[in-house]
Design a protein around this ligand. Structure first.
Ligand SMILES: CCCCC/C=C\C/C=C\C/C=C\C/C=C\CCCC(=O)SCCNC(=O)CCNC(=O)[C@H](O)C(C)(C)COP(=O)(O)OP(=O)(O)OC[C@H]1O[C@@H](n2cnc3c(N)ncnc32)[C@H](O)[C@@H]1OP(=O)(O)O
Length: 206
């Protein structure tokens, strides 16, 4: 079973919640045979998503690409509107970028999954106008639980480590959204052929 992706300066489990350590019988994540090819842009799972939606004017507009195995890379440019302190990115915005990168692993597993737990280390301050190079990887699967990790590096994929996260995603059915989402947006999503096509990419049948 793989451990933390590149950039971890300590073993992943050292300071993490026990819930983020896969159980002994966890299996290695399996890339779906129909997953997008390495290098392919993954697109947005929902046009109004704050993390990746192209129709979300307030969003981060993260664009992720498939990597090898069950991994993705993404770039995120920190804008003045993302500040938490003068000239520095807000930690919550950075955590969102990590969350979105980890969520994009769903495209490679072809399952619908939501974040159950996300633990983030903020290793270095991230100045406005920085380009963060994000890398996320699924590390283990146990039933509906997907264990995954991500890093954010400054300026280049090999740049200084600024962020590190470990997360637990939980596989859900599309009913999760239908049952819990506001009816107005659910109706609009189900009436949008493009959205239905995206949902099909996750092998769900809205
Ligand atoms: C028609 C419209 C279609 C629209 C959809 C279109 C496309 C969809 C495709 C993909 C989109 C999907 C996601 C979006 C992707 C990226 C965005 C970034 C990701 C996010 O931003 S997403 C939003 C934030 N996210 C939430 O909004 C989740 C709120 N939450 C819940 O909805 C429940 O909480 C849930 C479902 C997580 C679990 O609930 P549940 O009842 O299904 O299952 P249960 O509780 O049994 O957990 C099962 C096992 O996970 C363990 N477990 C669970 N949570 C844990 C925790 N926190 N810590 C430690 N362990 C935990 C349990 O301990 C148990 O473990 P064990 O099996 O070992 O007992």
């Amino acid at each position: 079973m793989s451990t933390v992706p590149s950039g971890g300066n300590r073993p992943r489990s050292a300071a993490r919640s026990p819930a983020l350590t896969p159980p002994a019988d966890a299996i290695a994540p399996v890339r779906h045979p129909d997953a997008p090819a390495p290098g392919e842009l993954l697109g947005s799972h929902y046009a109004h998503c704050f993390g990746c939606g192209d129709e979300q004017p307030h969003g981060l507009h993260l664009q992720a690409r498939a990597g090898e195995g069950v991994s993705i890379t993404a770039e995120f440019t920190v804008r003045p509107s993302h500040q938490g302190a003068p000239g520095l990115a807000h930690g919550g915005v950075l955590a969102t970028a990590l969350d979105e990168s980890l969520g994009a692993l769903s495209w490679l597993l072809r399952v619908v999954a939501v974040t159950g737990k996300l633990e983030t280390d903020f290793v270095r301050p991230v100045p406005v106008d920085s380009v963060l190079f994000l890398a996320a990887e699924a590390t283990a699967v146990s039933g509906r639980k997907i264990f995954c990790s991500a890093t954010g590096r400054l300026g280049s994929p090999e740049g200084p480590l600024a962020l590190r996260a470990d997360a637990l995603f939980v596989e859900v059915k599309v009913d999760h959204f239908i049952d819990n989402g506001r009816p107005e947006e659910i109706r609009a999503a189900m009436a949008d052929p493009d959205q239905v096509r995206r949902a099909r990419a996750f092998e769900v049948n809205p």
